[in-house]
Design a protein around this ligand. Structure first.
Ligand code: NAP
Length: 338
């Protein structure tokens, strides 16, 4: 039986990894503070604060077949490596496609895409603007200690149950509400979403197989129009979409990607034409499966309804904002010469 240590376990990806590992019959320990949510059933909780220099004391002398780490702070990653690297068989570090320096060129590959410089040792680890460079520094820390046997997965946008960022969830929730739906940019704009359960399963398969190297853990690159079609199919609706020009949205102060007054997943072109169109071929050939986004949408909506908004809505337009924007858009279209 695999002895797995998950550094995390209470939010989204690390929680799903833990859930799936328990379902596979693994012996699963989750090291975290236990502040961000409940631990999955069937895991052993080891109380660890990774900001405490002595935080891993509770794991002294323990050996694991595999570790999965999802941290964003290089100091936390280094502390875990110091405490555990010599007593662990396989080491997975979950990174992000935000490490890449070029968001404009579509179809880039993990082995040739340029990466941002790593954050300076004295960088503010809590600064969200430094997320990419901090993750580069985390990756480097793992490679320095584990050498060629590190497994580093740069995740693209992840969707599915337990996502509290609402970036993918906005769309099943919005399409389920019905009425005229504001769709941003062009239906041909390419997007990528990986289901959290597919990514988690591949991390576990890779640990079991002893896979090493660096991969992009991304979904299929598909046009946004197609993605919304699959979302609609998954939740059983026929949406009435109005595609609204990206320059109009920018002029109206709508944020791309995430956050308040945003249209999640949307990223203006050509500046971000390569952001969500990475070449997932190497990961797919190494066994990363991608379920139909229709299934991701169905299960995400079911989870959102089950938790009935116990978590705040973290992305998208409010109903009033969308109505106002659509009215303004239609007004520009009815002007003579528009
Ligand atoms: N979501 C996406 O679309 C996306 C896209 C690209 C990459 N990623 C990457 O995917 C990974 C997963 O992120 P996630 O958002 O799904 O979160 P997650 O891994 O499910 O949760 C983060 C975990 O870290 C633990 N933690 C935080 N501070 C801690 C501390 N001081 N000491 C001990 N444990 C601590 C939290 O537990 P407690 O707070 O309970 O201690 C929590 O269990 C990350 O590496 C992220 O960069 C995500």
């Amino acid at each position: 039986m695999m002895r797995l240590l998950v550094l995390g376990g209470t939010v989204f990806l690390s929680r799903t990894v833990s859930d799936l590992a328990v379902a596979r019959g693994y012996d699963v320990s989750c090291a975290c503070r236990g502040e961000s949510g409940p631990l999955p059933a069937g895991v052993r909780h080891i109380r660890v604060d990774r900001d405490d220099p002595d935080g891993f004391a509770g794991l002294a002398g323990e050996r694991f077949d595999a570790v999965v780490d999802v941290a964003r702070r290089p100091s936390q990653v280094r502390r875990a490596l110091t405490a555990l690297a010599e007593r662990t068989g396989h080491w997975t570090f979950v990174s992000t496609c935000s490490v890449y320096a070029d968001d404009a060129t579509p179809g880039q590959r993990v082995d040739t895409a340029p990466v941002l410089p790593e954050a300076a040792p004295n960088a503010d680890e809590t600064d969200p603007e430094s997320y990419g460079p901090l993750k580069v520094a985390c990756e480097q820390a793992v490679r320095t200690v584990r050498g060629g046997d590190a497994f580093v997965v740069r995740a693209g946008l992840i969707g599915g149950p337990h996502d509290v960022t609402d970036r993918f969830s906005y769309w099943p929730l919005r399409l389920a509400r019905g009425g005229e739906v504001l769709a941003p940019g062009s239906p041909a704009d390419v997007m990528q979403v990986i289901d959290v359960r597919d990514l988690a399963a591949w991390l576990l398969d890779s640990a079991a197989a002893g896979r090493t190297g660096t991969y992009d853990g991304v979904g299929e690159a598909i046009p946004f129009g197609r993605l919304l079609e699959r979302v609609a199919a998954g939740i059983g609706v026929r949406p009435r979409l109005t595609w609204v020009d990206q320059d109009f949205l920018t002029d109206q102060g709508v944020q791309p990607w995430m956050g308040d007054r945003s249209l999640p997943l949307w990223l203006p072109r050509p500046r971000y034409a390569g952001h969500s169109s990475r070449n997932g071929g190497p990961a797919y050939r190494a066994g990363l499966r991608r379920r139909d986004i229709a299934e991701t949408a169905r299960d995400t909506l079911a989870w959102e309804r089950a938790v009935s908004r116990e978590h705040p809505v973290n992305a998208g337009l409010t109903e009033a904002e969308e109505t106002e924007l659509l009215a303004a858009w239609h007004a520009t279209r009815s002007k003579p010469g528009a």
